[in-house]
Write a protein that binds this ligand. Structure first.
Ligand SMILES: [Zn+2]
Length: 274
C-alpha cells in the first residue's frame, strides 16, 4: 500500500494525459491519491475527480481549501469569510470523499511573485489577510471535524498559532529546521515529505527524517511541482511518491515495504480513509 497524500492532478498540465498518469501510479502500487484543493475551482475539480475515478482500483479523495496566495484576489475581508462558506458547501455536497481542509496557511514569498502581490495591497495587508483566511479554515476544520493541510512558505515566525490547538493535520512539504520539525510534532501534526528529500543539497532534511518517528511522517508529491532529483525541471506525478518512500527507507535503514506500510497507515489514520 502506497499513498500520495498531496497531489494536484486537476492541474491543467495533466489535461492531456491524466488517465496515463493514473495508470502509471496504479502500476507502481499506489493505492490512494488525495487531490488537494487550492481554491474553490480546484476543490470542486478534486471532488469531481474522486467521484469519477472511484472504480479505477486507486482510491481518490479530495480536500477543500484556499491557498494563502489567493487572498490577493479577494477584495474584502467579508469576501474571505464568504469563501470559507462556499468551501463548506462543497464539503456538504459529498462529505464521504472530502478528507481535509486545506491547503491553507501562510506564504510570505512575495518577491518576484507579482501574480500574488497586487499593487493595491501592501505586504502587511496581504499578511493580515492570509492570517484571517488561515484562521477561518482552521475554524472550518474544527467545525467539520476534519484534519488540516498546512502550507507554509517563509512564515515560520507566524504560523504556529494557538488556534492550531484542538485540530490535527500535516505540515505539507515540510522543509524547515530540526527545531521547527519538533514544533510541528509537539503540536501533534505530521510532517509531509515530498521529493525535495531526494535533492542532493538536502542533507539537513534527511537528517531530520532520520530522527523523526516514522509514525509521524506522510508521503506526498505535491505534483505537478517538486519532481525528484533525477527529474528536476520536469512535471512531477504521483508515481514518484515511490522516490520519497525509497529515500525515507534509505535514511532510516528500513525496508521500502515497511516505510510504505507505516506511512500509509499514518495517512489512513489522519485522514480517516476507509
Ligand atoms: Zn500543494
Amino acid at each position: 500500500m502506497i499513498i500520495d497524500t498531496h497531489a494536484h492532478l486537476t492541474w491543467n498540465s495533466f489535461n492531456h494525459d491524466r488517465e496515463a498518469v493514473i495508470q502509471r501510479a496504479k502500476d507502481a502500487g499506489i493505492t490512494t491519491i488525495i487531490n488537494i484543493g487550492a481554491d474553490l475551482k480546484s476543490s470542486e475539480a478534486a471532488l469531481q475527480l474522486a467521484q469519477d475515478e472511484q472504480q479505477d482500483g486507486v482510491s481518490f479523495y479530495s480536500t477543500i481549501g484556499l491557498h494563502p496566495n489567493e487572498v490577493s484576489r479577494l477584495i474584502s475581508v467579508e469576501s474571505i469569510h464568504d469563501y470559507t462558506t462556499k468551501l463548506e458547501q462543497v464539503y456538504q455536497s459529498e462529505p464521504s470523499l472530502i478528507v481535509a481542509v486545506g491547503e491553507c496557511g501562510l506564504d510570505y514569498y512575495f518577491e518576484g511573485n507579482e501574480d500574488f502581490t497586487p499593487p493595491t495591497l501592501s505586504v502587511e495587508q496581504l499578511k493580515s489577510r492570509q492570517m484571517i483566511l488561515f484562521k477561518d479554515q482552521i475554524a472550518l476544520a474544527k467545525k467539520l471535524n476534519l484534519p488540516l493541510v498546512v502550507h507554509n512558505r517563509d512564515a515560520w515566525e507566524d504560523i504556529i498559532i494557538p488556534e492550531l490547538n484542538g485540530v490535527v493535520g500535516v505540515f505539507h512539504s515540510f522543509r524547515g529546521s530540526e527545531e521547527q520539525a519538533r514544533q510541528v510534532l509537539d503540536l501533534g501534526f505530521y510532517l509531509g515529505i515530498t521529493c525535495v528529500v531526494t535533492y542532493h543539497k538536502n542533507d539537513s532534511l534527511r537528517q531530520i527524517i532520520k530522527q523523526a518517528p516514522l509514525d509521524r511522517l506522510l508521503s506526498e508529491t505535491d505534483c505537478p511541482f517538486l519532481p525528484p532529483q533525477a527529474h528536476r525541471g520536469e512535471r512531477n506525478e504521483p508515481f514518484y511518491v515511490t522516490e520519497v518512500i525509497k529515500t525515507i527507507a534509505e535514511v532510516k535503514g528500513l525496508s521500502f515495504i515497511e516505510v510504505a506500510k507505516t506511512t500509509s497507515t499514518n495517512a489512513q489514520k489522519l485522514f480517516r480513509l476507509r
